[in-house]
Design a protein around this ligand. Structure first.
Ligand SMILES: NC(=O)c1ccc[n+]([C@@H]2O[C@H](COP(=O)([O-])OP(=O)(O)OC[C@H]3O[C@@H](n4cnc5c(N)ncnc54)[C@H](O)[C@@H]3O)[C@@H](O)[C@H]2O)c1
Length: 671
């Protein structure tokens, strides 16, 4: 067996045409020196036989100089890539076919942000680095058997290695850097050299399911923000309340739909009209205006009538907020979901220029561009402060916004006034809402894809999942029950037949076992289970997922590594570990899994041992950090699993006793 690009192409393929109207990634600024440029070329040419080098070398060089990366456009399959039904793919094992569905779905024109550049979402989150890798990965998956594991190093398929039927079939890492080089500058160089990939979370982990993936999390976040911060009772929704935010892109595009499901009124600023169009076509926003006055006037009418709606404001979020501040408009909930994790690479559009002008500036004048971004971020912060002073609740929505404001020179945004070590003056949504209310119990973004591609399978799985939830247990269960009950009605599917449903450890395990039984009984076709990496145990990030860890361990990443290794040891079909995710290189380590439900008893056993671990490893760490809801959940787990599992429970010291003792000791030291 050989796996080489020349086995797949008799001749060098023709350059396929770029379909008009498909979004293209902005040029990533070219910064390599001459020696590194040679290295990048030699690296890319490793994928193709020597007989093509004369022709490809100048082509790859042009891509590098003009786009900042070598994507190997010539090798992109022409036309529309789509996650097809699993039977349309070849492989000796079901996992090999399932992963191909997932990869192609991540690159679907309707799903991916920049499909030609293999970017699924989050401005820079790629499935792999180039189209040569895409073909090799697919060919490996077409030959993969139950005794092998495909090793994926930052988009590069390193090879197939003998393992065992109980091992993962694919093991993925993306963007992992050695500590002293773990920063954006070194990573950008590595990416331009073609040796590192920004996997984001589910882009490089092949588990993206379109914006639906985040609609549920956004719905839960804004609903609970309303209850916690605006005093709305636990059994009520956001009726009559105004949520203002920005971003209608890959993930942020979920915000319009989420506010509608939560029954509130939303205004979402977006500078790229093409993204507004996508959300209008989907029905995830209902109208668009360029006039802030019109946006707020329409919102007020809907608020008065207690009707839900999402309005797109075509323009810069800072202009929208200037208007709100100058006209004393009352905003209940305020956030931002521009791509601040890649703030200088096109993720955040400066005030005063159009989206098209920012794209041109990115290509030509990087230095001036940075100053414009920083000035806008500083203004953005001032406006938020003014609104918060008038009673608005602002939260950072996991896009590294607060960190970006700090990096733009605003040390006032730090609690300690100098650095982010003690957190920021505004809370992140995990710190305040999602952490204590969801993650600490183990509730997280469980998801599945019906690999048959049949809508009917999705309907059956929705129904089966609904039957597994007791809406009386906790208010979180009631919200999840309502979510899955109405999921089909809310028309959330983009791409493959997929569903997201927040569940805790037991809920996820029971639903997985139920689905596997349905596959066994041929009631449905095979199912790919997984989750967003943005979860209880999958991600270490002081700027997001572990923002409510207060024992000092928020700057460590042991949990995410254990989660990944533990899932591999317990036989998940796919395990992934990434650097960066939603908050940028060096700011997070995140991991996830995929498990193919083939109806077998082997998979039942994997579900029983791996799914509780995947969640409870995170709850255990949160309990050890003294998070009250995690301590309760762990005590219950210890009782439930007595004799098999046991979580170490902390003793809680008396705060006053500790403070008094240390105060006295420090006073003595000064003597
Ligand atoms: N909270 C979460 O659970 C979560 C999940 C996924 C992603 N994220 C983070 O959210 C951010 C957005 O993700 P995405 O996938 O939607 O990215 P995206 O790049 O597809 O979308 C961001 C959008 O913001 C728009 N934008 C940029 N600057 C603007 C400005 N000044 N005014 C108005 N619009 C502006 C862009 O045109 C773009 O459409 C990322 O940083 C991502 O990491 C958070």
């Amino acid at each position: 067996m050989t796996i080489k690009l020349e086995d797949m192409f008799d001749d060098l393929p023709e350059m396929p045409p770029f379909v008009a109207g498909i979004r293209r990634a902005p040029a990533r600024h070219f910064t390599l020196n001459q020696k590194d440029t040679e290295l990048a070329l030699r690296n890319a040419l490793r994928y193709v036989p020597q007989r093509w080098h004369q022709q490809l070398a100048p082509e790859f060089l042009t891509e590098l100089l003009t786009r900042g990366r070598i994507y190997g456009y010539r090798f992109r399959p022409a036309g529309h890539i789509k996650g097809r039904p699993i039977d349309a793919y070849r492989s000796p094992c079901i996992e090999g076919r399932a992963f191909q569905v997932m990869i192609d779905n991540n690159l679907d024109f309707d799903v991916a942000l920049y499909p030609y550049e293999l970017v699924t979402y989050g401005e820079t989150g790629q499935v792999c680095q180039n189209w040569m890798q895409y073909h090799l990965i697919k060919r490996y998956l077409e030959t993969l058997n139950r005794k092998q594991t495909l090793v994926m190093a930052s988009g590069h398929p390193l090879g197939l290695f003998t393992s065992s039927p109980a091992a993962p079939r694919v093991i993925i890492t993306n963007g992992i850097m050695v500590g002293c080089f773990d920063d954006l500058q070194n990573w950008n160089r590595a990416a331009a050299l073609g040796v590192s990939n920004y996997g984001q979370m589910t882009a490089g982990g092949w588990m993206y399911i379109g914006p639906q993936g985040i609609v549920h999390g956004t719905y839960s976040t804004i609903l609970n923000a309303g209850r916690d911060k605006l005093g709305i009772p636990a059994d009520q929704d956001l009726s009559g309340r105004l949520f203002v935010t920005s971003g209608l892109g890959g993930m942020s595009g979920a915000q319009g739909k989420a506010i509608e499901i939560a029954n509130g009124v939303g205004i979402i600023a977006e500078v790229d009209y093409s993204r507004i169009e996508t959300r209008l076509e989907q029905g995830w926003v209902s109208r668009v205006t360029e006039d802030p006055a019109e946006a707020f006037k329409a919102a007020a009418q809907y608020q008065q009538q207690k009707k839900s709606t999402a309005i797109a404001f075509y323009g810069n979020v800072v202009d929208l907020l200037e208007y709100a501040v100058n006209h004393t408009i009352k905003i209940d909930l305020l956030s931002d979901q521009t791509s601040c994790h890649a703030v200088y690479d096109g993720g955040y559009c400066p005030q005063g220029i159009s989206f098209e002008e920012r794209t041109e500036l990115l290509r030509s004048g990087h230095a001036g561009f940075k100053e414009m971004v920083d000035a806008t971020l500083r203004r953005h912060f001032e406006l938020i402060k003014a609104l918060v002073d008038r009673g608005t609740y602002f939260f950072d929505y996991g896009n590294s916004f607060l960190k970006a404001v700090f990096d733009a020179g605003v040390s006032e945004i730090c609690k300690n006034g100098k650095d982010p070590l003690d957190g920021f003056v505004f809370q992140s949504y995990v710190e305040d809402i999602m952490g204590p209310i969801l993650f600490d119990y183990g509730y997280g973004p469980f998801r599945w894809v019906c690999l048959s591609g049949e809508e009917e399978d999705l309907v059956k799985t929705d129904r089966a999942a609904l039957e597994c939830i007791d809406p009386q247990r906790r208010f979180q269960d009631r919200d999840n029950y309502v979510w899955i009950r109405d999921a089909a009605k809310n028309r959330l599917v983009v791409g493959t037949q997929a569903r997201i449903l927040y569940q805790d450890a037991t809920g996820r395990m029971n639903i997985a076992l139920k689905f596997n039984e349905m596959v066994r009984n041929a009631e449905i076709g095979p199912v790919m289970l997984g989750r967003d990496h943005h979860d209880t145990g999958g991600t270490d990030s002081p700027f997001r997922e572990t923002a409510n860890i207060k024992d000092g361990s928020n700057i460590t990443a042991d949990m995410a590594i254990h989660c990944y290794a533990g899932n591999a040891a317990r036989g998940m079909s796919l395990v992934a570990l990434h650097n960066g995710g939603g908050v940028g290189i060096g700011n997070a380590i995140n991991g996830g899994f995929g498990l193919v439900l083939d109806g077998s008893e082997r998979v039942d056993a994997v579900i029983r041992r791996a799914i509780p671990w995947d969640v409870m490893g995170g709850v255990a760490r949160r309990a050890w950090a003294r998070n009250a809801n995690s301590i309760d959940t762990s005590i219950q787990y210890n009782k439930m699993r007595a004799g098999s599992d046991h979580i170490t429970i902390p003793y809680i010291a008396d705060d006053k006793m500790v403070a008094d003792l240390v105060t006295k000791a420090f006073a003595d030291l000064k003597k």
